[in-house]
Design a binder for this molecule. Structure first.
Ligand code: KIV
Length: 263
């Protein structure tokens, strides 16, 4: 028998029960099926898609059409996990645009929407939640602003940044977000936000005290062996396994052609 579909309320309730939330990104049908089989409660079609699947230098060139295409593929797996999706850069400049873009991703199969920013995008967040769209916040390092930020840096190391992050987190929670991703937030500040909010924090490179952790699946699985990230130690070496398996396949084929030539 299939376990019941995970809802935003259930993700929220995991914090109340003190149950840690493990989340991963997904971009296609087979990966979504495999990760869902593992029993994770939350899967995200992240705009990291641009970097880890499409070979782009960062996430700023990801379009809504690209996201729709991959959300549709992931949704075809009909996961039990809640399937969230990122609004890509430049698709939520106004409240109206945010709602229209989010509706396109929901029609493609997303069940919750994440967008980057705190108080700066509060009108968009209120519009999304007002339109009945389950919303996940994302504060700290914002990859869609990597050019303005001049790289990927830890946030929350100064008193100003700490203050700003706390105010952003509280504003998003107050607006009705059901969870907040904290990306590259200093561990003590992530712990403080986690203590203060009643909704779960889901960290990435933000220390161990968040209510949950999310990783890019390719980083966890070692699918990009040329990358070495401080915040993500691979638990598997699937990239190396792919290379090795392809080599074995080539050797088998070459062995066959040699014996065919001999006979
Ligand atoms: O796009 C992404 O992969 C993200 C991370 C926080 C997981 O947003």
């Amino acid at each position: 028998m299939h376990a019941a579909k995970v809802t935003p309320d259930q993700i929220r309730a995991m914090k109340q029960r003190g149950e840690k939330i493990a989340a991963l990104t997904t971009y296609d049908y087979p990966t979504t099926r495999l990760l869902d089989e593992a029993g994770l409660p939350l899967l995200l079609v992240g705009d990291s898609l641009g970097m880890v699947v499409l070979g782009m230098p960062d996430t700023t060139g990801v379009t809504l059409e690209m996201m729709e295409h991959h959300v549709r593929a992931a949704a075809r797996a009909c996961p039990r996990a809640l399937l969230a999706a990122d609004l890509p850069a430049n698709t939520y400049e106004t409240p109206d645009q945010a709602v229209q873009s989010a509706r396109r991703l929901m029609r493609a199969g997303a069940e919750a929407i994440k967008a980057e920013g705190g108080r700066a995008i509060l009108p968009q967040v209120r519009a999304l939640i007002g339109a009945g769209i389950p919303y996940i916040g994302h504060i700290g390092m914002l990859p869609q602003s990597v050019h303005q930020e001049g790289g990927y840096h830890i946030k929350g190391r100064t008193e100003d940044e700490r203050h700003c992050l706390l105010a952003d987190a509280e504003a998003l929670a107050h607006a009705g977000a059901f969870a907040i991703v904290l990306e590259l937030v200093s561990s003590p500040v992530a712990a403080e936000i986690t203590r203060r909010l009643s909704i779960p924090t889901i960290g990435i490179g933000s220390g161990p005290h968040c209510d949950g952790q999310i990783l890019v699946t390719h980083d966890l699985m070692g699918l990009l062996p040329w990358l070495h990230l401080r915040h993500a130690q691979p638990l598997a070496q699937l990239g190396r396994q792919i290379i090795e398996t392809a080599r074995q396949w080539q050797q088998q084929i070459q062995a066959r052609s040699t014996s065919a030539n001999v006979s």
